[in-house]
Design a protein around this ligand. Structure first.
Ligand code: ADP
Length: 257
């Protein structure tokens, strides 16, 4: 990499100071480049459903409107694309708010088993629609953790929603909560499609998807895990993943006690 960096040496600075400034400038450029890439990617993500909606609208205006069955079919696709757009915008907004620390966690003592129970009641139906066996296992006497309930609900929703999306019909998913030293964890394990090793470290990046088409088909935005990672970070927690291609994945979210 070649960087052309122009700066006047700082008064009274030694070599160390100059080197530090150089590094600082290149880091800033890299950040800027990342941001530009992200904006380009977001534009692309927004354009795809817009192009599809526009295409169907034009077809309808060109006469397909008179064919009731075709019109209904097109309108259903347009409705699904609109939902995707809304989800994408909501996720972008949520991510940007958390990243910029605009929304700080409203910490209160919460019981993770209550949150897990709530999430299972929200997503249980989509698991059973795919004949997926969903089990939960909570360690006894789990202490409360200081956390923002809505944010942690979102973390568990995103993890369980992914597990359901990326597990075949008839598979199994378990949600487990327990204590590991001074941390509380929630672990979601599935018998799904798994993640290739080279992608494991990238799945938490914004808009990264192993299989773009599959994610799209499942209604994904590519932002779910980035949101998960950021929420856990603002709580002083972390997220880990292990996976075996074709066999399944395990995501473990940690929160400090
Ligand atoms: P998406 O909206 O595409 O699901 P996420 O940020 O939630 O976006 O996840 C990023 C990518 O990580 C997904 O597109 C998928 O390729 C992979 N992934 C996430 N969870 C799982 C899982 N449980 N099993 C297999 N792949 C997964």
């Amino acid at each position: 990499k070649i960087y052309s960096v122009h700066f006047t040496p700082l008064k009274g600075s030694d070599r160390g100071g100059v080197v530090a400034l150089f590094r600082d400038v290149t880091e800033k450029r890299q950040l800027e480049q990342l941001r530009n890439e992200f904006i380009a990617n977001v534009s692309h993500e927004l354009r795809t459903p817009m192009t599809s909606i526009k295409g169907f609208l034009e077809t309808l205006l060109d006469g397909a409107l008179d064919d009731r069955d075709a019109a209904e079919h097109f309108l259903k696709i347009m409705s699904a694309e609109t939902e995707r757009l809304t989800r994408l915008i909501d996720d972008l907004f949520a991510l940007s708010n958390i990243e910029n620390r605009k929304v700080l966690p409203k910490k209160e003592p919460i019981l993770l088993e209550d949150v897990v129970e709530k999430v299972v009641s929200i997503l249980g139906q989509s698991a059973s629609d795919k004949d997926i066996e969903l089990t939960t296992s909570m360690a006894e006497d789990l202490p409360r953790v200081m956390a923002d309930e809505d944010m942690i609900t979102r973390v568990i929703i995103n993890l369980l929603d992914n597990a359901i999306k990326y597990t075949h019909t008839g598979g199994r998913i378990s949600v487990e909560a327990g204590r590991d030293g001074e941390r509380i964890f929630v672990r979601v394990t599935d018998t799904g499609i798994g993640i290739p090793e080279e992608s494991l470290s990238r799945v938490f990046e914004r808009l990264y998807r192993v299989d773009r088409a599959r994610s799209r088909e499942c209604g994904g935005t590519g932002l779910g895990l980035a949101i998960v990672k950021h929420i856990l970070e603002v709580h002083g927690g972390s997220i880990e993943v292990t996976s075996s291609l074709g066999r399944g994945s395990t995501f473990t979210a940690y929160l400090p006690l």
